[in-house]
Design a protein around this ligand. Structure first.
Ligand code: SF4
Length: 351
């Protein structure tokens, strides 16, 4: 795992070996502080660590004052082009700014934003995507290639470094999974700043989750990435669930129940599909535990196949087994199997 420079967003550490922080973005009108705060609270309940709000105008920058004062999560202001919105958002109390310094109209403006960010110890995320690469870089590389996106990010980094600013995080997103992965791998070679991973315009819940799992999950599995945002054309709470599932899948979740289940076969004599869904759903909200739970379709092979699970169930004909690390600890009537498993999970204290 690559150890990057560490930054701090309110009380959340990113990079430097800190746990991978989950981010999302509100899709309410930021000017409506009440609705935005309600969504932020829902995101926090789902397990989000950092939230970003779009700041399209001064009214939105003003509304951030109420949002930041009441948000349970650190708030990032998403700014495009207008440095006055960045200054107003900082004034309103945001915890981080997302902006590309090359797009705000000159060195004196960059200097003004950097000065305000420095005074309040606020990091800045540079967010490059395939559509934002500068003309001269596109010409040099013949298009928004991974190399072009990285060069663009480093160009913006250079502008901040010129102002003696180092509290930086970088994202380099493309809607192409291979391009996203190549760009982040290259960026990881070239810089030690923490990387915010994401696949942009990933799509609706199903394809967006798959693309994000492939891109974000693939990079995390290779040891690259410090914070993640799954982008979905859907309720942002679903982004948080997807992000947390990706962290579980690549073994980077700090807590949570990793439910594994067999694919069923001709030996299955129970409705394993519904049972697995119920277990997964009931485990989703459990906090403060980190364990692996197996849901297996038969008593003959289930406990053995899922030997590495902390706890598991195996369904038979009328009865089911509960096992711990492959050892059978209980036999219960099948209709009590899920309740009995949940009870074991609640009392499980680890090995
Ligand atoms: Fe089939 Fe049993 Fe293996 Fe499930 S655990 S796939 S039911 S053999």
């Amino acid at each position: 795992m690559k150890i990057t420079k560490q930054i701090k967003i309110r009380d959340v550490l990113v990079g430097g070996g800190a746990p991978i922080a989950v981010q999302s973005m509100t899709n309410t009108d930021t000017r409506d502080a009440k609705a935005t705060l309600a969504q932020i609270r829902a995101l926090a309940d789902a397990g989000c660590d950092i939230v970003r709000c779009a700041v399209p105008d001064m009214q939105a920058a003003e509304a951030l004052r109420e949002i930041c004062a009441n948000s349970p999560l650190p708030v990032v202001a998403d700014i495009h082009f207008d440095y006055r919105l960045a200054l107003a958002a900082i004034e309103s109390g945001v915890d981080k700014i997302r902006l590309n310094p090359g797009n705000i109209g000159g060195a004196d403006r960059v200097q003004a934003v950097v000065k305000a960010a420095k005074e309040r110890h606020l990091p800045i995320r540079i967010g490059v995507n395939s559509g934002s690469v500068e003309k001269h870089i596109l010409e040099k590389f013949g298009g928004p290639t991974p190399e072009a996106m990285v060069e663009s990010a480093l160009y913006h980094v250079g502008l901040l470094n010129d102002c003696d600013f180092d509290d930086i995080c970088i994202s380099i997103k493309s809607s192409s999974v291979p391009n996203t992965m190549q760009a982040y791998l290259l960026a990881s070679e070239k810089t030690d700043y923490p990387l915010h991973l994401g696949v942009t315009e990933a799509g609706t819940e199903y394809m967006g989750t798959i693309k994000s799992a492939a891109g974000i999950g693939g990079l995390l599995a290779l040891g690259v990435g410090d914070t993640i945002r799954v982008s979905l054309t859907d309720d942002p709470v679903k982004e948080v669930y997807a992000a947390k599932a990706i962290l579980k899948a690549v073994g980077r979740a700090e807590e949570g129940i990793n439910v594994v289940s067999c694919p069923t076969c001709g030996r299955t004599r129970i409705n394993l599909i519904d049972i697995a869904k119920e277990v997964e759903q009931r485990c989703q909200s459990i906090r403060g535990k980190k364990m692996k739970v197996a849901v297996m379709g038969c008593v003959v092979n289930g406990p053995g196949e899922a030997r590495e699970a902390d706890l598991g169930i195996a369904g038979g004909d009328g009865v089911g087994l509960i096992f711990r690390r492959g050892e059978i600890i209980k036999k219960v009537p099948q209709e009590q199997l899920v309740d009995a498993l949940m009870d074991e999970i609640a009392h499980y204290e680890g090995e």
